[in-house]
Design a protein around this ligand. Structure first.
Ligand code: ZN
Length: 505
């Protein structure tokens, strides 16, 4: 290896270590930090973030990268080791340096005020209060996209999408979402009309928090999440964060109506956590080859454990006796099929974060359509509520009663997160496509899960997804693993195959 390459990697490792210090501070802030510590914590976080930013954008990095890129021995095999690392380090460097400092500062200032405006606007369900700020944010996002540069034949939105899902384009998303939407909407509509429903009373079974926590830990252990290199704590909003090569933190919350919500929150975050634990970080700390590919692939891991495993009859065959033990006497007299039905409750509702597995993607497709139009300049901000409500009726069949339950519900746009929403549905799509391949490779997967054997699934994911780090882009990984480009069909087959028998449609 050349000196430039060695220096580049060493520099990035140090930067990753500094960034992981900030992750510790962030985790503490969300879990155990006393409220009075907030002001100094903000100073600490900003100090480290500044160091990380300076190191990531240092001209030295640009020089090393250019030196490596001139060296054919390093860049020859595109998915080979130094080449894949260099490809991803170039991408990160360009993303970090292509924006003028003045624009970065203006985005930070504006989005911080926009968040405040959004909070007030949402509280009072008053879109007019947020509109001028959203106009500013959209204008800044358009400038940002212009600085990143539009890929050939693409549109401004692609440049934003690329931050979260490298290589994905609006046109490609459109090609997948367009056939998905009417079939999904049709399935949901037939479920709504069907008189056959699971027993809704099961959605209000709660049990004591200690029992729920113990049950959650039992599920984590069975999934193969390494609790000697991770923890489960409680927070207001569940998340998974990585504090270092052998330290993955998960959080969940128990302040809900049903024990099912925290369980699925825990399994979701554990899916993210298993990905983090499966990446080759101890040997490749700070290298792209030790890091997750994209938000979409990350989300495919969480959704797989939450929805494909956790909401299956096989899972409940194993989990019901375990849950009974921890939640006594809550589930006495409840059958596997009753729980399986409740876990797959489908009902159109206004709030995305509360949506079920089937309707969720319709919420995302609506947001994608709107933000794409906003960035293209085809949809004025003032028309947002009317457009939202019209699409909501079309996609989910409901009349939005107010903007609080409509276009003001998500924090993302006030943060300047545009191009982010599609990664949630991409996660479901990748999960479904991987799932079909896993079931071909392991034909008795269901029987194994019914016995509580999740090790073969974890091993498959470790081998086919996790171990590669960023060696392949998401689309390439999908083709490599499943033999096909990403498509809507596996997700539709999964949802129709599961939900039609439950609802008798
Ligand atoms: Zn997630």
């Amino acid at each position: 290896m050349t000196t430039a390459y060695a220096e580049l990697i060493a520099h990035r490792q140090q930067t990753a270590t500094l960034a992981s210090v900030n992750a510790v501070l962030g985790w503490d802030q969300e879990t155990y930090m006393p409220p009075a510590a907030a002001a100094h914590r903000a100073e600490q976080a900003a100090a480290i973030a500044t160091l990380v930013h300076e190191r990531s954008t240092s001209p030295k990095v640009g020089d090393w990268l250019s030196a490596c890129e001139r060296d054919r021995d390093l860049t020859g095999d595109h998915e080979g080791e130094p080449a894949a690392n260099l490809r991803e380090m170039r991408r990160d460097y360009d993303l970090a340096t292509k924006l003028p400092t003045e624009l970065v500062a203006e985005i930070a200032r504006t989005t911080s005020q926009a968040q405040q405006a959004w909070k007030t606007a949402r509280e009072h369900s008053d879109f007019a209060k947020f509109a001028p700020w959203l106009e500013k944010v959209v204008a800044l996002m358009r400038r940002k996209a212009e600085c990143y540069g539009v890929p050939a034949g693409g549109e401004l939105y692609d440049a934003l999408l690329n931050e979260y899902e490298p290589g994905m384009t609006a046109r490609e998303l459109d090609a997948i979402f367009t056939p998905l939407r009417p079939r999904l909407a049709g399935l949901v509509a037939s479920i709504v009309k069907s008189p056959k429903k699971p027993d809704p009373r099961l959605l209000e079974l709660k049990g004591p928090e200690a029992g729920q926590h113990a049950f959650g830990l039992a599920v984590l252990r069975q999934m193969g999440f390494d609790l000697s290199a991770g923890r489960l704590d409680t927070t207001a909003h569940p998340f998974c964060t990585e504090l270092g090569p052998r330290d993955t933190r998960l959080t969940t919350r128990y302040t809900t109506d049903s024990f099912l919500e925290p369980l699925y929150g825990t399994m979701h975050e554990a899916g993210h956590g298993l990905y983090e634990q499966g990446l080759p970080k101890t040997t490749r700390w700070g290298e792209p080859l030790g890091e997750a590919i994209s938000l979409g692939i990350h989300e495919s891991q969480s959704r797989m454990w939450e929805n494909f495993v956790g909401r299956s009859r096989a899972f409940w065959t194993w989990a019901l006796p375990v849950a009974r033990e921890h939640l006594k006497p809550l589930l006495d007299g409840t059958s596997i099929d009753e729980l399986y039905g409740a876990a797959n409750w489908v009902e159109p509702s206004f709030i995305r974060v509360e949506a079920d597995e089937a309707t969720y993607n319709l919420h995302i497709m609506l947001r994608f359509q709107i933000e794409r139009e906003l960035i293209a300049g085809r949809l004025p901000v003032s028309s947002l509520p009317a457009t939202w409500n019209r699409l909501f009726k079309e996609f989910l069949g409901l009349d939005v009663p107010d903007d609080r339950r409509g276009c003001l519900q998500d924090v993302h746009w006030s943060f300047g997160l545009m191009g982010y929403f599609p990664t949630y549905t991409l996660g479901n799509l990748y999960a479904a496509q991987f799932w079909e391949k896993i079931n071909t490779d392991i034909p008795d997967l269901d029987a194994r899960h019914a016995r509580g054997d999740f090790a073969s699934l974890k091993h498959w994911l470790n081998t086919h997804i996790h171990t590669h780090g960023k060696r392949y882009r998401a689309g390439d990984l999908c083709r490599r693993v499943t033999g096909k480009p990403l498509s809507a069909d596996p997700l539709l087959r999964h949802l129709e195959g599961k939900l039609k028998p439950i609802y008798g449609v």
